[in-house]
Design a protein around this ligand. Structure first.
Ligand code: COA
Length: 143
């Protein structure tokens, strides 16, 4: 099934995006809220997918600094996973990074999701490391 991903306006969509990330990262994955709400959101581009009745169920963000784009906070509500929404958000954010003329997109992948990002064209580099109590690896995709 194909989903329409749209750019989100942080001011307009903040509450709905925060609800998704609160459920996925803070409640489900027990990420410390202070780490989750890192203050970068107003500077990021955000992408979302809505259900036909207008409920945001998937999100991700692109943070740009020093000529590189960092994709993060990829979250799909549990009941909506495995339907291609995560892949659609990822591809949308990669396109946004490319449109901004960035040379690469990077992300820190939770190791359980490596295969998901590999299918999105990302390559893992370096050793596993801990972030927010969860094992991660750096990944990169040239644009
Ligand atoms: N979670 C979901 N899918 C995973 C996965 C994982 N940890 N690891 C690999 N995959 C694979 C699935 O097997 C599936 O492949 P298949 O179609 O061959 O079965 C594919 O990736 C799923 O793709 P898609 O449907 O586009 O992904 P999704 O909509 O379920 O979103 C996540 C993927 C990771 C964003 C979503 O599972 C999620 O929100 N997880 C919790 C938060 C999280 O871990 N975010 C990533 C932080 S780095």
């Amino acid at each position: 099934m194909k989903y329409r991903v749209r750019s989100a306006d942080w001011n307009a969509d903040r509450d709905a995006i925060r609800r998704v990330r609160e459920r996925v990262f803070v409640i489900e994955q027990a990420v410390d809220p202070e780490l989750e709400w890192d203050g970068l959101d107003p500077e990021c581009e955000h992408a979302v997918i809505e259900t036909p009745d207008g409920k945001i169920v998937a999100t991700g963000r692109l943070y740009c600094a020093d000529g590189a784009g960092k994709i993060g906070r990829m979250a799909v509500l549990k009941g909506h996973r495995g339907n291609g929404m995560g892949a659609a958000i990822l591809e949308f954010l990669v396109e946004r990074a490319r449109a901004r003329g960035l040379s690469s997109a990077r992300l820190n992948a939770q190791t359980h999701a490596l295969r998901f990002y590999q299918r999105g064209g990302f390559i893992a580099e370096g050793p596993e490391f801990d972030e927010a109590g969860i094992p991660h690896r750096h990944m990169r995709r040239e644009l």
